[in-house]
Design a protein around this ligand. Structure first.
Ligand SMILES: [Zn+2]
Length: 260
């Protein structure tokens, strides 16, 4: 497996923050309303990520400093007030040019092995690499609810205490029972809405599992906090306390600036 992987991927390299790409990233809607001191801390965290992780291109894709800078800008946002240590313990970001189709073997209840090929926009391995489609990175940040980088890094936060189950390690002021009850109730409601064929502003992929629910809601929390706060105010509040930031007030402050 290792030899096979090596032949597919370019060697991982350390890349430095590209100031032009940084300015371009920070102009995206997801960063609207970010105060100057927050933006400075975001840049410092992005710099740490670039120094700590190697970036490899897959399927012939060449990752340059500008691409890595945009990825690092999105990745730094969830840990803006949590600190960089949340991203320690693994070392590689792999970037495909577009959606990728890994071949996996799945054993069913009867012991029969199936080869499954399913296109992915990203994936996060426990203790291992974080994988992204560059096309999907480019679709991210527009304030439409979609951000593959935040999604995969949210899985990394979730994995910090072992199981990928939608329950990341909680800091003081957040109780596991309360988190489980709030998320459990909202997840059941969301699955019911998706099953009923309702058009949801939140990506229906969130109904896949509690882990995907947490990752997709984290995307919404940063990319369209107003929609999340309307649909699931109790979850917005828990995510605000977990991430220790309030994207909704940033968004509202950016509206105020826009109208004056
Ligand atoms: Zn996911």
């Amino acid at each position: 497996m290792a030899g096979f992987l090596k032949s597919l991927f370019s060697a991982g390299q350390s890349l430095q923050l590209d100031p032009g790409a940084w300015a371009e990233a920070l102009a995206l809607p997801v960063f609207d309303g970010l105060a100057a001191d927050d933006a400075a801390r975001l840049r410092e965290l992005a710099g740490r990520l670039l120094a700590d992780k190697t970036f490899s291109g897959a399927a012939g894709h060449a990752v340059d400093a500008a691409m890595a800078t945009r990825i690092a800008a999105f990745a730094a946002l969830p840990v803006l007030n949590l600190g960089y240590d949340w991203y320690k313990g693994w070392s590689e970001v792999i970037v495909y040019p577009a959606e990728f189709v890994p071949e996996r073997e799945i054993v069913d209840d009867y012991g029969i092995v199936h080869r499954v090929r399913q296109p992915l926009s990203g994936e996060a391995w426990e203790g291992g690499p974080l994988v992204l489609s560059w096309d999907d990175v480019l679709y991210s940040g527009g304030g439409q609810g979609y951000n593959v980088v935040i999604h995969e890094f949210a899985h990394k936060l979730d994995m910090k205490n072992g199981a990928v189950d939608g329950l990341p390690p909680l800091h003081s002021g957040l109780a596991v029972a309360d988190w489980a009850a709030a998320f459990g109730q909202a997840y059941a409601d969301f699955c019911r809405r998706v099953d009923a064929g309702e058009e949801t502003a939140i990506d229906p992929y969130a109904s896949e599992s509690p882990a995907e629910f947490f990752a997709v809601l984290s995307e919404c929390f940063f990319e369209m906090p107003d929609v999340l706060a309307d649909d699931y105010p109790a979850l917005y509040e828990r995510l605000r306390r977990f991430y220790k930031q309030d994207p909704l007030s940033r968004l509202e402050s950016s509206y105020d600036t826009a109208t004056t």
